[in-house]
Design a binder for this molecule. Structure first.
Ligand SMILES: [Zn+2]
Length: 370
């Protein structure tokens, strides 16, 4: 169903079911290495989106107590990724001792990847607890988690940095957050110290700068990137010449995994109740909007990677107005420029890189469907 008026996920009033038919199957079934699938109803709706857009399986940062129900809703096409409990107000425990116990529990449920979240605003969490450096990625609390992941034979995923647009605005206080380059010092320290496969999420946090990523990947043979975070990735990769991006992918074949960063929640399917409203839930409040929210990501990403599309993204990008409120409104969107990857690079990005990464994880426990 097409909405009556433009929405953030469908500002061009498209029928994403029909669009999926027009797009056809991808050249290989896609493995989405970076999602946040939660809520069994939302996961069931998301399964329809997966089928329409040719997504074979997802790796997902699902809440620990929802792993079984989400796995069931997705008919087993799912592998959980361990994540800390962000609702726990005790940040030291949530990312420290408490997380160690959770990692073990996730492992028992089939997880083979442990996520460490280290956006610049992790400093705020430390500050709340009286020690801004408390959750440094290369500090003792996070290292205990990485040592456990290593001992369990698990891979490590890290969110480091954030868009350049955020460093120009939210993180303008450099004395507090450091500059963008400085975020990579602790990352490079831990990638060198733990002999397991790593994924740096969201094109390593720096899709704006392929040259920097070239250096980063060259220095660390165990490091991989996922291409998730749809709005950020569309905005910034579209600025590169397709030939430059393709050359980058060829230089680092097999080390860039497809990802979307789609977040699903049951709250997306109903009108938000004021008391329980959370920020993520405001992105959709009924089934059709939720469908568009999820489908718009795959439509845009497949257009970006597979086609020579050149037009505005169908997804509103609030970063435009954040950086330049004079020129942009909340429903504005950047250019979406298709990269027309050659078939061999597309197969690598969509599927083969994820399979090779999976096979390089020491832990053998494939998720069971118990
Ligand atoms: Zn994510």
């Amino acid at each position: 169903m097409i909405p009556d008026s433009p929405t953030a996920a469908n500002r061009l009033l498209m029928d994403y079911r029909r669009e999926a038919m027009d797009l056809g199957s991808p050249p290989v079934p896609i493995i989405d290495a970076h999602t946040h699938i939660n809520g069994s109803e939302a996961a069931t709706l998301f399964a329809e989106v997966m089928d329409l857009y040719g997504i074979e399986a997802v790796w997902s940062m699902t809440a620990l107590d929802e792993v079984e129900s989400v796995r069931e809703s997705l008919d087993g096409r799912f592998e959980p990724i361990a994540v800390p409990d962000f609702r726990d107000p005790d940040r030291r425990s949530a990312h420290g001792d408490g997380y160690l116990r959770r990692i073990e529990a996730y492992r028992a449920k089939g997880a083979r990847i442990v996520k460490f979240w280290s956006a610049p605003r992790i400093v705020d969490f430390g500050e709340e607890a009286g020690d801004p450096a408390m959750l440094r990625l290369d500090g003792p609390i996070r290292r205990a988690g990485m040592q456990l992941a290593t001992d369990l034979g698990m891979a490590i995923m890290i969110h480091i940095a954030d868009p350049d647009t955020w460093f120009a605005t939210k993180y303008a206080d450099q004395a507090k957050y450091g500059d963008k380059r400085s975020q990579y010092e602790p990352l490079e320290a831990v990638v060198a110290d733990y002999p397991v496969p790593f994924i740096a999420a969201h094109m390593g946090g720096w899709p704006e700068d392929l040259e920097f990523l070239d250096g980063l990947l060259s220095r660390h043979p165990n490091l991989h990137l996922d291409s998730s975070a749809t709005k950020w990735i569309i905005r910034e990769l579209s600025r590169h010449e397709p030939s430059d991006l393709i050359a980058f992918l060829k230089r680092h074949r097999g080390r860039i995994l497809f990802g979307s960063d789609i977040v699903t929640l049951d709250e997306h399917l109903r009108t938000a109740d004021k008391d329980t409203e959370n920020v993520m839930a405001t992105k959709a409040s009924n089934r059709e909007d939720a469908f568009d929210l999820y489908a718009s990501r795959y439509w845009s990403l497949r257009r970006l990677w597979e086609s020579d599309h050149d037009g505005e993204s169908p997804i509103a990008d609030p970063d435009l107005a954040m950086v330049d409120p004079e020129r942009h409104g909340p429903l504005d969107a950047p250019r979406l420029r298709g990269m027309s990857l050659p078939p061999s690079e597309l197969r690598m990005l969509y599927r083969e890189a994820a399979i090779a990464f999976s096979e390089s994880i020491p832990a053998d426990g494939r998720p069971s469907r118990s």
